[in-house]
Design a protein around this ligand. Sequence first.
Ligand code: ATP
Length: 237
Amino acid sequence: SSGGALLAASGLVSGYYKIKVLNGVDIEVRRGELVGIIGPNGAGKTTTLRTIAGVVRPWSGSVSLDGSQVAGLPPYRIAKMGLGYVPDSRELFPSLTLEEHLKLAHSRLSSGEDYRSAVERVLDLFPPLRGRMSQRVGTMSGGEQQMVAIARALISNPKLLMLDEPSTGVAPRIVDNIYDGLKALKGSMGILLVEQNVQLVFEVADRVYLMDRGSIVKEGTPEELVKDELVRKTYLA
Ligand code: ATP
């Protein structure tokens, strides 16, 4: 339904080979909402994003993106339908320039916005990338590469942006740049953010899911979760 969530994943089960990792995950992101997923190592956060993106095939369950069923479709089709995905591995091409990354993604995935305005839109979000268009991405710092990966996901103006641990391997000053960018984006698209730095998530998220052993075990606003005994003990000690 058009009044429904932008993303609704329901009863997602998936894994690797015969090993089940997700035990029936339910996640919703409404239009304009920034939603975080936290949880211990191995909980299945990365697998959840991979399954939504179609990189890992769901064994069962459904994924609706802006009202369309996408579970079982290949990643490219899901991206075309409005999903921007920044995987933990970033998946950049070291010998290609920033410009080449943006052009490639724009030509494959954009739905009409002209390239120049799309570039201006993403450079406004990440000022440190200005003046870097012809730099090979392999020569950039970890934080700059993370910005490139996010900029590439945004160049097609997706409806939903999913990010997997954007602060990992990134210098603190650049983490601030990245989160300033996310704050500026907030409200204009749905954002689903996996992040090991719980303080960061609580600062930006409208709502947070806590995952453990392949299941969602808690859900609430940062204000609610900050008061939760388990969350306090585990993450905010
Ligand atoms: P982390 O913060 O450590 O990345 P996570 O919550 O993102 O944890 P996942 O990466 O989704 O968790 O991993 C969940 C489980 O799936 C773990 O037991 C992990 O070993 C397993 N797993 C992840 N990727 C693969 C893979 N490519 N092949 C086989 N097993 C995998």
